[in-house]
Write a protein that binds this ligand. Structure first.
Ligand SMILES: [Zn+2]
Length: 234
């Protein structure tokens, strides 16, 4: 086979490998982003649950204080019964005590409800922590694997770039220019096999007198239709 034709086939082979590896590498940043978002979502969920717990605990402390002063208020009202002179005053005081006790009951209900909320939230936090820890380990492992893949692809690409450089250095500048043009305009396929008198790039028939020459593999012969360089596999 013609040396230049052979080198062009080799170059295209390398270029296809480079293209495939770059496509593979191109997907990885998106996959790493997905992992980062998962990690963020877990952290946000946990932070949200912790904030809810703190909120419930703070509200409970406030209500504890309300109850304390409410109880003091009732005690104080009860000490006034000795000063009462009329039945009317006595009835009014009893009413006041009853109202204050009812208020305290409401506060107690609030405290119970807040304690239940805090307990439920604490359980939620525990669950979220366990899940987050388990997922975090899986995410770390996946991230490590992806980073190793990036490193491997970069190394392979460097080797292929060297291979490409070597092959390109042995190709005539005119042939190289033609290859680059076709590579760009013909979806990365500049050199194609001719078989059964057909170009496997554009699937058009190759005239018999051209095909005879293509079969010799002794020169760079373009497809009359798509201009791709033709070669023949015996
Ligand atoms: Zn063609």
């Amino acid at each position: 086979m013609d040396d230049q034709l052979n080198l062009l086939i080799e170059l295209q082979h390398v270029d296809k490998k480079i293209h495939a590896l770059m496509a593979e590498r191109g997907k990885l940043p998106g996959m790493l982003d997905v992992l980062a978002r998962k990690r963020e979502a877990n952290a946000e969920e946990l932070a949200g649950a912790r904030a809810a717990l703190e909120e419930a605990q703070k509200k409970k402390r406030d209500r504890d204080r309300d109850l304390e002063s409410g109880v003091q208020k009732v005690d104080k009202l009860k000490t006034r019964t000795g000063d009462i002179k009329t039945n009317k005053e006595y009835q009014a005081l009893l009413k006041e005590i009853e109202t204050a006790e009812q208020d305290n009951k409401t506060v107690e209900d609030d405290i119970l409800r807040l304690m239940e909320t805090a307990e439920a939230t604490a359980v939620k936090i525990k669950d979220a922590e366990l899940r987050s820890a388990a997922e975090s380990a899986a995410i770390d492992a996946e991230q490590k694997e992806l980073e190793a893949t990036v490193a491997r692809l970069n190394k392979d690409l460097q080797a292929l770039e060297r291979e490409r450089h070597d092959a390109a250095g042995r190709i005539d500048s005119a042939a190289m220019a033609e290859y680059e043009k076709l590579h760009r305009t013909r979806a990365g396929t500049a050199v194609v096999e001719a078989m059964n008198e057909t170009c496997s790039g554009c699937f058009m028939r190759i005239p018999p007198q051209v095909y005879v020459n293509v079969k010799k593999n002794s020169a760079l012969i373009p497809c009359p239709q798509c201009s791709r360089i033709l070669f023949y596999k015996a």
